[in-house]
Design a protein around this ligand. Structure first.
Ligand code: NDP
Ligand code: 8X3
Length: 251
């Protein structure tokens, strides 16, 4: 029985990934800040997919919360085989000079520092055991920059750099590091970015068939089920109607 932890499992890509991993025999630790969503996902995983789920409600921007949630897990949950660093967000869509400091801090603290805090805490056990797989959810925005994407793109560029750095540092410990870079995926992401403005939140997905969280979960499952000697380093996944951050074909 393998154990995975998926951060940001209350919604979107993380939720779909937790379900997909449970359907494929993993026990899953599910995290996020919304206890009610974690509780209903635990119920779904246990009742429909007959796997164990451990919900942990914490804000990964806070290192002491990360340590108290993940630093001393119950013995049956302590051997984590797979870490999916998924939790993240874009907030606001302003030119740099009009940027809102709180938006910037939320993105940097979640997408960069939170990912680091969780990785430091969880990789300790992987290093002791000499095995594990870390999957970082980057973005097409991690290799391209678009108008008003400034700070979000910078955080995902950081995830791209950190994925490469982790892969080098983890080499001698037998730990795989995979970066998955999605394009347009329809989740709660856009509602968060546009702060609940549902009209603007729908615009990125108009006139095309976007990816779903389940499409990305499929890719993550594929990456973590390759033979022990095989690692997928970088995977970019877009809708068929999207060639890059700049080229999207809308009907
Ligand atoms: P969602 O908004 O649907 O999900 C985001 C998840 O992150 C939620 O479960 C949320 O949980 C969690 N989260 C956010 N902030 C925190 C925090 N401070 N502490 C703990 N958990 C947190 O978006 P997606 O599923 O689309 O996004 C998942 C990842 O995919 C992100 O890293 C995003 O940047 C990336 N991505 C998304 C794309 C898209 O088009 N949707 C494309 C490329 C990458 P809660 O609110 O309960 O805390
Ligand atoms: C999300 C992709 O292009 O919507 O990471 O910002 S995009």
């Amino acid at each position: 029985m393998k154990t995975a932890i998926v951060t940001g499992a209350t919604s979107g890509i993380g939720k779909a990934t937790a379900v997909k991993l449970a359907q494929n025999g993993f026990s899953v630790i599910i995290t996020g800040r919304r206890q009610d969503k974690l509780d209903s996902l635990k119920h779904e995983i246990e009742s429909q997919h007959k796997q164990k789920a451990l919900p942990l409600c914490f804000d990964l921007r806070n290192m002491s919360e990360v340590e108290s949630a993940l630093g001393k897990l119950p013995t049956e949950w302590s051997k984590i085989d797979v870490l999916v660093n998924n939790a993240g967000l874009a907030v606001g869509s302003n030119h740099i000079q009009d940027g809102v400091i709180d938006d910037w801090e939320r993105m940097i603290d979640t997408n960069v520092k939170g990912l680091l805090y969780v990785t430091k805490t969880v990789s300790k056990g992987m290093i002791e055991r000499g095995s594990g797989h870390i999957v970082n959810i980057g973005s097409t925005a991690g290799v391209q920059v678009y108008e008003s994407g400034n700070v979000y793109c910078a955080t995902k560029h950081a995830v791209h750099a950190l994925s490469q750095g982790m892969r080098i540092d983890m080499l001698k410990h037998g730990i795989k590091v995979t970066e998955v870079r999605p394009g347009l995926v329809e989740t709660e992401f856009s509602m968060v970015r546009f702060k609940g403005d549902s009209v603007n939140a729908k615009k990125p997905y108009m006139g095309l068939i976007p990816l779903s969280g389940d499409d990305i979960a499929d890719v993550i499952l594929f990456a973590i089920t390759r033979p022990a000697h095989v690692n997928l380093n970088d995977i970019e996944v877009t809708p068929t109607a999207q060639a890059s951050s700049y080229y999207v074909f809308r009907k």
